[in-house]
Write a protein that binds this ligand. Structure first.
Ligand code: ADP
Ligand code: MG
Length: 348
């Protein structure tokens, strides 16, 4: 090892973790424009647009070998997912995405037909979510593929929802079900290992259609933003679930300076996710808490709005917000209290 790395003054990035690193970057950031309403720290940046609306901006990078594996991700699905994960962050502000810009770096391992497949997925998502692809950049790269998408959206000023508005006694609500995308990944990883061992064996993907789709072709919850409008729900805080329920509820609580109690028995888990977790000797609740990539919405509402969500098929009330000194707890099915802890560093 070189002397450089033996010097104690150098800090491995794994020591900070992803969120620690972002916080560190944030410390030295100054804003020079009063139109910058919210910078680093939420699902999207918020910029003054006009008297009634804000502009929202968010970006995500997808790297081959880290965020996706082309052994089992069809390029069309990958293109679709790359768009969806960005739109999800605009919906998490209660906003509507309008445009995307997309930068693509591809090595010469890829053909024109491969890029066409990728764009077929990208454009399908643009059509489904009604967003315009308005630009980007293209480059070659030594190895693999990198996709970076920036989504631009807008939100009515009085409808915007930040991560930091959760209040004591608010209900914690989650959409859809959790852990499916993670179990889909587990199946794909298993079949990849089998394939690498013996390419003649056909992959065994039978009966896993729901969780495979959750992993390979997720959707963003545009419909939920529309439901909020229809039911006259104004969440006090919101985030999209890209890194698992545990990590996201901690973001909401820490930014809102509150605690939480989540009830294991209330966490929505699809039966296919449950069965597969059991088959893999995993705890289904752990898959929901730490799995990630579900792209559901996690939000809080005042207790007085309970009637609006209680019998809704897309909503599960999973707990409530407490005073900050109570910290962050998961109450297990048997009634024991487990502190909710953030997942470690994922990508470093
Ligand atoms: P999400 O999971 O919602 O996409 P992230 O955890 O990726 O959010 O990012 C949290 C916040 O940190 C966002 O406001 C994002 O724009 C900001 N952020 C992430 N990485 C960087 C970076 N390298 N430089 C500046 N801001 C960053
Ligand atoms: Mg997000």
């Amino acid at each position: 090892m070189s002397d450089l790395f033996q010097n104690k003054n150098f800090t491995p990035l794994s020591e900070l973790g992803e969120f620690g690193l972002i916080e560190h970057i944030q410390k030295n950031v100054k804003h020079y424009h009063s139109q910058t309403i919210k910078g680093i720290g939420d699902d999207a940046a918020v910029i003054e647009k006009n008297d009634t609306h804000y502009t929202l901006i968010t970006t995500d990078i997808l790297i081959e070998g880290i965020h996706f594996d082309l052994i089992y991700s069809p390029l069309k699905h990958l293109g679709y997912k790359a768009v969806v994960v960005n739109l999800s962050d605009i919906y998490a502000m209660n906003g509507t995405p309008k445009q995307i810009v997309l930068s693509l770096a591809v090595s010469n391992r890829f053909t024109l037909e491969a890029v066409e497949e990728l764009y077929a997925g990208i454009l399908l998502a643009c059509e489904k979510y009604q967003v315009d692809l308005v630009g980007g950049d293209t480059s070659t790269i030594h190895k693999g593929m990198v996709i970076n998408i920036t989504a631009i959206g807008e939100v009515e000023k009085n409808k915007i929802v930040y991560r930091n508005g959760a209040k004591e006694k608010d209900l914690i609500v989650v959409t859809g079900d959790l852990g499916g995308a993670f179990m889909g990944l587990k199946i794909l990883e298993r079949e990849k290992a089998v394939f690498l061992e013996n390419p003649k064996i056909q992959p065994d993907l039978e009966g896993n259609d729901y969780i495979l789709e959750r992993q390979l072709k997720p959707e963003a919850r545009k419909d939920i933003i529309e439901e909020f409008e229809r039911l006259n729900i104004q969440p006090t805080s919101m985030i999209d679930i890209s890194d698992g329920l545990a990590s996201e509820i901690l973001h909401i609580c820490k930014q809102s300076n509150v605690g939480c109690e989540i009830y294991e028995e209330k966490i929505p888990i699809d039966h296919q996710t449950y069965e597969k977790a059991r088959e893999f000797n995993l705890d289904p609740t752990t898959c929901a808490m730490n799995g990630g990539e579900d792209y559901e919405l996690l939000f809080t509402i005042p207790l007085s709005d309970y009637d609006k969500v209680k019998n809704h098929p897309d909503f599960s009330v999973i707990g409530y917000i407490t005073e900050p000194s109570k910290k962050f707890n998961l109450i297990s099915k048997s009634g024991t209290v487990h502190p909710i802890v953030a997942q470690g560093w994922k990508h470093f």
